[in-house]
Design a protein around this ligand. Structure first.
Ligand SMILES: NC(=O)c1ccc[n+]([C@@H]2O[C@H](COP(=O)([O-])OP(=O)(O)OC[C@H]3O[C@@H](n4cnc5c(N)ncnc54)[C@H](O)[C@@H]3O)[C@@H](O)[C@H]2O)c1
Length: 439
């Protein structure tokens, strides 16, 4: 692979942006035998990595990185990375802008760095989630500075934080948007050791696949949440309804867990992103707008339930279990927990005591330090609480001794935002239990 051109002798692949996606991509490609150079403009991140520390929490990442460390160079020097490698992956952040648009400033800056430093054939691979038409823009932008030969490829990433290594190395599919034979051949070669369906499509379709996949999954979540809300009115059980519809092979059982809505760095951003792509092409995405509205209302509904109970029982101390946007990650970006806690903090009489196995430090950066304290464990968060709210379904919450929890609480109310606990067992212990859409 390193023979892709004359100068790129040292490394096969450069990765610009060493965040969740860039780091996992780098480490996984290294484990497949490729020589990798990972770049980030964040000096602290690179210093940590060069010091043997990992800036994010991802199960198994420390072990695999240690094992393949010799195949990876971490640096802040993008010039060196561009010069030494034949394939350049871009994995920088593409957040939501002020008006809901996809903010491309980091991506554009990365492309400009490549455009002004490229001196011979390279394959530039967009792994960041970027709007439809970005591949075309990259072509034009690079041509402004460099008149030689190069290829642009779209290779969207579908990994999920918390199971990212498995998702990268054993994915459901690999999507490659490539429009010339040379880049197609090389992309197939770098993924050749991964066994997965591989779909080669045009660049625009590849770009859209990423948004469409995330928006479809978010639609499933909002749909089942609406069914759950109806269950609460008819006294039905959404868990049973989901099982019943999920047995239909055309629907399938996954992503039908009712709760307090989706969060994280991808779903909210990508659903909004698809709506803004629609707008750009003068297409009104009705379904996407409904998905976003339902998701927002689902969190508001949960907060209303908490307030209603506290009002009724004249309580003010709230135990919170879970802060990350989902289990097995320390990522709190757009976590429902953050939004819910911020809303509760508006009532200065409430006392919040929150616990998360991994994400407390990240949560502290997002949540204002007023009427909240962070607990060392789940028991401490429940101590003297009037109500316990479960927001993130970390597996450790299923193993908690609920009898011990009950003894330490002031009043025995549980709101389970993820339908994680067993209602029958919890009620038998004398708790008032409410899930989402449960009987
Ligand atoms: N996190 C996920 O689960 C996930 C999954 C699939 C796709 N994606 C997409 O992948 C992209 C990256 O997401 P992430 O979660 O890894 O973001 P992140 O914020 O964790 O990491 C991005 C990194 O890029 C660095 N960076 C920005 N501009 C740079 C530049 N010019 N040169 C060098 N480094 C630069 C930042 O310092 C940061 O470390 C986004 O487009 C996201 O939508 C994310």
């Amino acid at each position: 692979m390193s023979g892709i051109n004359k100068k790129a002798k040292k490394r096969d692949i450069a990765i610009i942006g060493t965040g969740y996606v860039g780091l996992i991509t780098g480490v996984c490609f290294a484990s497949l035998g490729h020589n990798i150079i990972c770049v980030d403009k964040d000096k602290n991140k690179i210093a940590l990595l060069n010091n043997g520390q990992i800036p994010i929490y991802e199960p198994g990442l420390d072990k695999i990185l240690k094992k393949h460390r010799k195949n990876i160079l971490f640096t802040t020097d993008s010039k060196k990375a561009i010069e030494e490698s034949g394939i350049i992956f871009i994995a920088v952040n593409t957040p939501t802008g002020k008006r809901g648009e996809i903010d491309m400033k980091y991506f554009k800056a990365a492309i400009r760095e490549i455009a002004t430093q490229i001196e011979e054939y390279k394959i530039i691979v967009n792994k960041s989630t970027v709007p439809v038409g970005t591949g075309e823009w990259v072509q034009k932008e690079i041509k402004k500075y460099y008149q030689g030969n190069f290829s642009v490829v779209s290779n969207p990433e579908f990994l999920r934080e918390g199971s990212a290594l498995k998702d990268f190395l054993k994915p459901d599919r690999i999507i490659i948007g490539a429009e010339d034979n040379k880049s197609k051949k090389i992309m197939l070669e770098i993924y050749s050791k991964i066994e997965a369906p591989l779909l080669v499509v045009d660049i625009k379709s590849a770009e859209l696949i990423k948004y469409a996949a995330n928006a479809f999954l978010a639609t499933k979540i909002s749909f089942i949440n609406e069914i759950a809300n109806l269950c609460e009115k008819i006294n039905g059980d959404v868990v049973k309804v989901a099982e019943g519809i999920g047995l239909d092979k055309r629907i399938g059982p996954k992503f039908l867990n009712a709760g307090i809505g989706y969060g994280g760095s991808c779903f909210p951003k990508d659903v909004r992103g698809l709506d803004s792509i629609g707008k750009e092409y003068k297409y009104n995405f009705n379904i996407i707008k409904a998905v976003m509205l339902v998701n927002q209302k689902q969190q508001e509904r949960f907060v209303r339930k908490i307030k209603k109970i506290l009002n009724k029982i004249k309580g003010n101390r709230i135990g919170v279990w879970g802060l990350s946007f989902k289990p097995n990650t320390d990522d709190v970006r757009k976590s429902p927990a953050i939004a819910i806690i911020k809303e509760l903090q508006k009532n200065i009489n409430y006392k919040i005591q929150a616990y998360d196995p991994i994400a407390i430090e990240n949560a502290k950066k997002e949540i204002p330090f007023k009427n909240i304290k962070y607990s060392k464990n789940a028991y401490e968060a429940a101590k003297n609480a009037d109500i316990l709210i479960l927001i993130t379904d970390w597996s450790e919450f299923s193993k908690i001794n609920m009898q011990r929890v009950k003894k330490s609480m002031r009043q025995y109310y549980i709101l389970d935002g993820r339908n994680q606990l067993n209602p029958e067992n919890i009620k038998k212990l004398g708790f008032y239990y409410e899930g989402i859409g449960r009987k």
